[in-house]
Design a protein around this ligand. Structure first.
Ligand code: HEM
Length: 202
C-alpha cells in the first residue's frame, strides 16, 4: 500500500500522509500503517455497530420509531444523538496520567490508567436518563471521547447514521426482533453479536 502510493501518489489520504512533513520529520512506515489501520477499523466497525444498536433500540421501542417516521426532518438527527448517548459502542475511554492529577478529592498518581465510563457519564445530569427518547434535547455525550483525541470521524459517523436511518424511515414501518439479540462484550467496540430482526415494509 505504502510503496504503491509512494511511486504514484494520488489525491488520497495515504499519499497525503506520506507527503506530510513537520519540522523536517515524516511519519515512519509503522506510524503510517497504524494510522491507516486506525482510520479503517475505527471508521467502519464503530459506525456499523452503533447503527446496529440503533436498530435494536427501535425494535424495542416501536413508538420511538413511529415518531422518527412521522417527521424524519426533525427526528432522524435527534435519533442519532439519542442512540449515541443511550447505548455508546465505546463504553470506556482511557487516559494515562502523565503527572499526578487531583480530581474530586482523589489523587491519581502519575502512570495511573483511568477508564472513564461512558455509559454512566452519558446519563449524568440528564433527566430521566434511562429512557430512550428521540425527542430529547441533544446532550453532550462522551461517546466520541473528549479533548485533543476527540474522535476524528465523529461528524462522518453521525452523517452516515443519519443517512441510514432516513433511508430506513422511508421504507420500514417497524423492526421486529425474531429472537433475543446477542450483545458483544464491552471490551473494544461494543456492538451486537447477533441481531435477528425482521424489517416490516411500509
Ligand atoms: C459511532 C461511531 C464512532 C464512535 C462511537 C467513535 C468513538 C471514538 C472514541 C471514543 C475515540 C477516542 C476519543 C478519546 O479518547 O477522547 C475515537 C477516536 C478516533 N476515531 Fe472514532 N468513533 C466512531 C467513528 C469513527 C469514524 C467514522 C472514523 C474515521 C473515519 C473514526 C476515526 C477515529 C480516529 C482516527 C480516532 C483517534 C483520534 C485521536 O487519537 O486523535 N471514528 N473514536
Amino acid at each position: 500500500m505504502l510503496e504503491r502510493r509512494r511511486s504514484s501518489p494520488g489525491d488520497d489520504l495515504v499519499s497525503t500522509l506520506i507527503a506530510e512533513e513537520q519540522d523536517g520529520d515524516r511519519l515512519s512506515d509503522v506510524e503510517l500503517v497504524n494510522l491507516v489501520l486506525n482510520v479503517l477499523v475505527g471508521g467502519v466497525d464503530t459506525t456499523q455497530s452503533q447503527l446496529a444498536h440503533a436498530v435494536r433500540l427501535f425494535a424495542e421501542h416501536p413508538e420511538q420509531w413511529e415518531r422518527v417516521r412521522s417527521d424524519p426532518e426533525t427526528f432522524v438527527a435527534l435519533a442519532v444523538e439519542e442512540a449515541l448517548r443511550y447505548e455508546p459502542i465505546t463504553p470506556f475511554t482511557a487516559r494515562i496520567m502523565i503527572e499526578d492529577v487531583e480530581y474530586g478529592g482523589v489523587t491519581f498518581p502519575e502512570g495511573t490508567i483511568v477508564l472513564v465510563g461512558t455509559v454512566a457519564a452519558n446519563r449524568d445530569g440528564v433527566e430521566d436518563a434511562d429512557r430512550f427518547d428521540v425527542a430529547r434535547e441533544p446532550t453532550k455525550p462522551l461517546t466520541f471521547g473528549a479533548g485533543i483525541h476527540y474522535c476524528l470521524g465523529a461528524n462522518l459517523a453521525k452523517a452516515e447514521m443519519q443517512e441510514a436511518l432516513a433511508f430506513l424511515a422511508a421504507r420500514v414501518e417497524r423492526f421486529e426482533l425474531t429472537a433475543e439479540p446477542g450483545f458483544d462484550t464491552v471490551q473494544g467496540v461494543y456492538g451486537m453479536a447477533s441481531l435477528p430482526v425482521r424489517l416490516v415494509p411500509g
